[in-house]
Design a protein around this ligand. Structure first.
Ligand code: GRG
Length: 294
């Protein structure tokens, strides 16, 4: 199966799985369940869940075991976008090609929908996979820890906090983005590998490669913010630069930023080759990250 076919097949699996996740229970009031679904089904790339499943596949694991973590990652990612778009943060009105949730449902409901998505991600991972096998339960617990650390104050929340107060100058751009965007991408790759039963050496190499994927992702995001068409990227373009934030093109120039992204890809490939995963779909995801147009 070539990568495009693989990507389409995994995305279809993920859409089916996500559709069964919301609403979490009949006890969930439709007003918040509908708000959660509005943003979740708005048509994102599903990069993080696809990476999670590809990582489980690459290490020869059972992909189905990684599906709850894959869905949880997308719930957490969607919550982060909803909260990032709030007037108190980036104050964006378009996301994933639709008006942002706070525009259509109000700020309070957008906050609650984000809270609901974040919390449901952990409820989902706690209940699934429900295998009685203690080794599967052990992997599951490890993955819950990996994802919690990546999403929390030492990861995404911490990176967002640094961004919010403008604490990151050009020098620590990489560290701030490593937390804000990179941590969840790393967690996607490592969670999949853990659920797939990877040994520690392979896991470390996948983690190293995914660190470079995360950096490349952010660099390309910054490039698309300069060059991308709003219709293609599904959000307002040029906001970061207009806000005077230090972006990769602003610091390194467009060519310099493109070169940096290419270097990330080369480093990631070296790590994956060392793990004998250079020909895996995980590597193809890295190439997709760098060549994407939205
Ligand atoms: C609010 C705690 C909290 C965190 C927000 C991720 C994030 C932290 C903010 C998003 C700001 C932003 C646009 C960062 C650039 C990188 C990024 C996460 C882009 C959006 O991810 P994609 O391109 O989106 O994977 P889709 O819609 O395709 O899923």
């Amino acid at each position: 199966m070539n990568f495009q076919e693989y990507l389409e097949a995994r995305r279809a699996d993920i859409e089916t799985a996500l559709a069964s996740v919301l609403p979490p229970s009949p006890d969930c009031p439709p007003v918040v369940g509908d708000a959660m679904r509005y943003s979740l089904t708005a048509g994102g790339k599903r990069l993080r869940p696809v990476l999670c499943l590809a990582s489980a596949d690459a290490v020869g694991g059972d992909r189905a075991l990684a599906m709850p973590a894959a869905c949880a990652l997308e719930l957490i990612h969607t919550y982060s976008l909803i909260h990032d778009d709030l007037p108190a943060m980036d104050n964006d009105t378009m996301r994933r090609g639709r008006p942002t949730l706070h525009v259509v449902a109000g700020e309070g409901m957008a906050i609650l929908a984000g809270d609901g998505l974040l919390t449901e991600a952990f409820a989902l991972m706690a209940r699934a996979p429900a295998s009685p096998d203690p080794s599967i339960q052990g992997r599951k617990l490890r993955v819950i820890g990996i994802i919690a650390t990546a999403a929390g104050a030492t990861g995404m929340v911490g990176g967002q906090a640094l961004d919010l107060v403008g604490a990151a100058g050009a020098d620590d751009l990489r560290s701030m983005h490593g937390k804000k965007t990179g941590a969840l991408i790393r967690a996607a790759a490592t969670a999949g590998a853990v659920m797939g039963g990877a040994d520690d050496a392979t896991l470390a190499l996948i983690d190293a490669a995914a660190t470079d994927f995360g950096l490349a992702f952010q660099i390309v995001d910054d490039i698309l913010d300069v060059e991308g068409e709003p219709a293609a990227i599904g959000k307002t373009a040029g906001k970061d630069a207009a806000a005077g934030k230090p972006t990769y093109p602003a610091v390194y120039g467009l060519d310099g930023a493109r070169r940096l992204a290419g270097e990330c890809l080369e480093r990631a490939e070296a790590h994956l080759r060392e793990a004998r995963l250079g020909d895996s779909h995980v590597m193809a995801i890295g190439r997709w990250i760098v060549t994407r147009s939205h």
